[in-house]
Design a protein around this ligand. Structure first.
Ligand SMILES: [Fe+2]
Ligand SMILES: [Fe+2]
Length: 286
């Protein structure tokens, strides 16, 4: 904690296998230089959870010399081996097991995980989010047990938006989860999956919740250059900067709405960041 407050680096969607090496080297140097109080990585560490991708992710993450918590994304569980996916979905990230959905306690601030991935879903598209009653219950129990005066940021992979731009459920039971988090007055929900940064006040029946998304550090770009979020909590307010190698201003980086997936916008009406750095061809999904 500095005299300014508690500083967090919120990284997401590094997608080892298609990672942006230059961007990652820059982030590593910024972590070494600024020594944030914690690094929160909100999932999609690999492309297809291949052993070599998880090995590279594990090496990079375990070399960080600050407290780290990571969420599991839809790209992080075995993709080509259904037996392993069902029976031992976390086996490939044994090297970072202690960091997975780890609660972090910082002065006056807690990072509380909420799982949004499942090894299977009763629908065709398993890449989307799903909040189970058990996962929500675990998260709420941790929030309810925090010492009085401790504020919380909840870390997820999928934004807790139930209905996306195209009317499909991005995260099943996300609205209910968000309403419960509003009742507990969380500072915000940190997410990934979308590959563009955002900072949106999402209304719920119990008041608005701040949904904060980090961009990607991979070559799977949507409408912004590679970036991460730097958060500063001074005990009264939380400021968010979408930092990027090109020094594009934060507001030009942030989209105003949550798209249903991380693919570049191709049809009218899809959320596009003001910087409009949309790749001309869709990034590879391999
Ligand atoms: Fe992703
Ligand atoms: Fe994802």
């Amino acid at each position: 904690m500095t005299s300014e407050g508690t500083r967090l680096f919120h990284l997401s969607d590094i997608h080892f296998g298609l990672e942006d090496r230059e961007a990652l080297d820059w982030v590593r140097s910024e972590i070494d230089r600024q020594r944030p109080d914690a690094v929160v990585i909100t999932g999609d560490h690999t492309m297809r959870a291949r052993h070599r991708e998880w090995d590279a992710a594990t090496r990079w993450i375990t070399a960080l010399r600050v407290p780290v918590t990571i969420s599991i994304g839809n790209h992080d569980m075995p993709y080509f081996n259904p037996f392993e996916r069902f029976l031992t979905p976390y086996k490939r990230f044994e090297g970072v097991k202690a960091l997975v959905e780890r609660e972090l306690r910082l002065p006056g601030l807690a990072i509380v995980p909420l799982k949004t991935v499942r090894r299977w879903q009763p629908r065709l598209n398993w890449s989307k989010g799903w909040v189970t009653p058990e996962a929500l219950g675990r998260c709420l129990a941790v929030l309810d047990a925090l010492p009085r005066g401790t504020r919380a940021l909840v870390a997820v992979h999928h934004p807790l938006r139930e209905v996306g731009t195209h009317g499909t459920a991005l995260t099943r039971h996300g609205e209910q989860a968000l309403a419960e988090l509003a009742r507990r007055d969380v500072l915000g929900v940190l997410s990934g999956h979308v590959h563009d940064p955002f900072d949106i006040a999402e209304p719920t029946p119990h008041g608005a919740v701040r949904m904060i998304g980090a961009g990607t550090l991979s070559h799977r770009l949507r409408s912004t250059p590679p970036s991460f979020n730097e958060l500063l909590w001074d005990g009264a307010s939380l400021t968010v900067r979408a930092r990027n190698c090109e020094e594009v201003p934060t507001r030009a980086m942030q989209i105003d709405d949550v798209p249903p997936d991380a693919m570049p916008p191709r049809t009218a009406g899809e959320p596009v960041a003001p910087v409009q750095r949309v790749p001309p061809v869709d990034p590879p999904v391999h």
